[in-house]
Design a protein around this ligand. Sequence first.
Ligand code: GUN
Ligand code: FE
Length: 438
Amino acid sequence: MTDPKAHPAKAFRAAILHSLANPTDVGLEDSYQYFDDGVLLVADGHVVKVGHADDILPSLDPSVEVVVLENKLITPGFIDTHIHYPQTGMIAAYGEQLLDWLNNYTFPEEKRFADVNYAREVAVQFLDELARNGTTTALVFGTVHKESVDVFFQESEKRNLRMIAGKVLMDRNAPEDLTDTPESGYEDSKALIEKWHNKGRLHYAVTPRFAPTSTSEQLRLAGKLLEEYPDVYMHTHLSENQKEIEWVQELFPESKNYLDVYDQHGLLSSRSVFAHGIHLCDGECKRLQESDSAIAFCPTSNLFLGSGLFPLSEIEAKGIKVGMGTDVGAGTSFSLLQTMSEAYKVMQLQGKKLHPLKSLYQATLGGAKALSLDHLIGNFESGKEADFVVLDLHATQLMKFRMEHAQSLEDKLFVLMTLGDDRTVCDTYSYGQSVYNR
Ligand code: GUN
Ligand code: FE
């Protein structure tokens, strides 16, 4: 137990908004709580309570510090359900779709992570960038090098972040110095699980890059790890690009479809997260739903690589969990605000709407549910971990001007996510402690 005196109770007074449930399940009205003059009381890393200032302030012990924030909105910290930390240095690489992008840009950069000093430098830069953008939890790809994940966890631990990460498994169809073997991949993953999984706020994800870069033997051993450690995560890519899908059929001719390759190797469970899933057939959707697996919707990446438009409404209607991912470096922003804005446009191109309260849910509580962490993070229910962001409604001249014309909460929130980015984030708190101040 942490000494409570080390983290005395502190109250934050501002407008406060958090999700209570998926608007698609319960309707918009019952999906959130909003206090125009609210107080969030935190102590010892956890939410004590949230409510209207008039209800909470009179009951506070006079010793509790009250931080008053004008023209600010407090929301839960953002949750990024798919991102690659080693791709920080090659974000915005010109001109290619998935497979050429991997060969021409991604693999050369990931080779540099054989140097553990470089890996640490990028991990620090990456975690700074997450904090600057209000992201407090992420599901993160490392590289094939086990040290890349070791330093990532070390740096995450220093900041007391709730993070999930894993070493890439890749034993074919990649440059020789970026491949492991089924056995070394298994052993290295196992050592990292033993060292880091459930240590403080950290968790491990078994991370085969995608079906084309693993042999059946490597996927079998990935499944074995999941059997040996049932609460470890599984994180990979699925059905992102048409050429990728055709390649998977050639490499695994005996499998019914792309997802079936993973299914045959025991990689589907409520702790499995598949990035993209843009071009899925009915059979794949059925298995994702039955296994309670999640998809990470990565709109900036899907647009940037020209991968396609994710059919969010159809996937949700089939009962599949969906979180939001930035997918940096194929994604073009660390900001979940910008990611929500691009998600809206992806839906517009399909003739659909994406309500701002739904987007907020997706980037917070929905992400927590996709990661099976909603008992710990994702909103401000009493007892949850105090991961939150202070957003500036007057972050830029334009936003300030536009906010003055915004009437409803929905209107303000939509402006915030359409015009917002890292400039909008004033403060980021993880476990009740500041990890970023603008
Ligand atoms: N598929 C396999 N590897 C990758 C990757 O690094 N990024 C994306 N977007 N898709 C992938
Ligand atoms: Fe990715």
